[in-house]
Write a protein that binds this ligand. Structure first.
Ligand code: COA
Length: 294
């Protein structure tokens, strides 16, 4: 459990609070002084829980910080607190969601430009309380608030535990390979009309690769194996940090048997045929070769 120097109980009128860019709990009503104090405390909680999440996922750096949340206009953090835990209470979990403009491929290799796609950006429950249903509780609260359905979510680099979580609670098992680091599940594109790619990079995807994805378009998500690719990309990140140029010499994906996933082939193909092409995420010019930055 995460405890702080201050009493968290006044910040948690309910077990789950929702915090956005103002770093105040939703429906906060207080004086200016009170709000400044509350902001500082929420920032301390967000920073701490973000760091804990990064450590749990072995990330290079936290994807959730108060500073980042403060600058975003489309991200929300749900925090789960336990006011009954000790004299000052404790914070048990964090779930960060947001919307992203994504460039995604469906099961048949058709491109879709998805505006404001609901995305899971970070998720953490304290180690001592995992597998007790708290993650589900946090997730359900988020779904109800945002009015999102699980099959229509994209997940930014899911960890093995999240893959298992999605399978366990929502029956989401089969993913659709993407050229970026987001994962979407089978059914994501139901009722969606394919869009004409407007991003230059996407037009460079060889038709043969798109056609090939139609044959083996759905990969089974099975914990470690399914997320291995996404985790490996962190080592690409590390190489880039050490001075490797993503644009001029893209490293080949390393895998013990020397093979590449379809997502990796598409990604490499796109990057090589158009060095300046944006990757799957509309806002990013370096796609999955950038340091994880949600
Ligand atoms: C993912 C996470 C937030 C889920 O929270 P939680 O409170 O454990 O979730 P719930 O108790 O509601 O659901 C438990 C289910 O999640 C999965 N799961 C959670 N922890 C797991 C673990 N250590 N090993 C295997 N599966 C696990 C399982 O499917 C589990 O169901 P089961 O116990 O019947 O096998 C939590 O495990 C966590 O913080 N993990 C570390 C950080 C992380 O990987 N975050 C995901 C970022 S993409």
């Amino acid at each position: 459990m995460a405890t702080f120097k201050f009493d968290i109980k006044p910040l948690f009128p309910e077990a789950i609070i929702k915090v956005s860019a103002d770093l105040l709990p939703q429906d906060f009503a207080g004086s200016r002084v009170h709000s400044a104090d509350t902001t500082c405390k929420i920032a301390a909680i967000v920073d701490y829980m973000g760091q804990q999440s990064a450590t749990a996922q072995e990330l290079v750096s936290p994807v959730t910080t108060a500073q980042r949340l403060g600058k975003s206009d489309n991200q929300t953090i749900y925090l789960l607190g336990d006011a009954t835990d000790g004299p000052r209470g404790s914070v048990l979990g964090l779930l960060k969601v947001g919307t992203k403009d994504l460039y995604l491929y469906d099961e048949t290799g058709q491109p879709h430009q998805v505006k404001r796609a609901p995305a899971i950006l970070d998720f953490y429950v304290h180690e001592s309380r995992q597998r007790c249903g708290l993650g589900k509780r946090l997730f359900e609260a988020m779904l109800a608030q945002e009015k999102w359905s699980p099959a229509k979510l994209s997940v930014d680099r899911p960890s093995p535990k999240l893959i298992l979580f999605m399978a366990r609670h929502y029956g989401l098992v089969r993913t659709i390979p993407q050229a970026n680091h987001f994962v979407v599940y089978e059914g994501y594109f139901n009722d969606m009309i394919p869009s004409t790619p407007s991003l230059q990079g996407a037009q460079s995807v060889p038709a043969v690769l798109a056609a090939a994805t139609a044959g083996s378009n759905v990969q089974r998500a099975s914990g470690e194996g399914a997320t291995g690719n996404y985790r490996k990309r962190r080592s690409l990140d590390e190489q880039l940090q050490q001075g490797c140029s993503a644009r001029n010499s893209l490293p080949l994906p390393s895998r013990s048997n020397g093979s590449c996933s379809m997502a990796e082939i598409i990604q490499l193909s796109r990057a090589r045929s158009n060095n300046n092409s944006p990757a799957g995420e509309g806002q990013s010019s370096t796609g999955n070769t950038s340091i994880r930055n949600k």
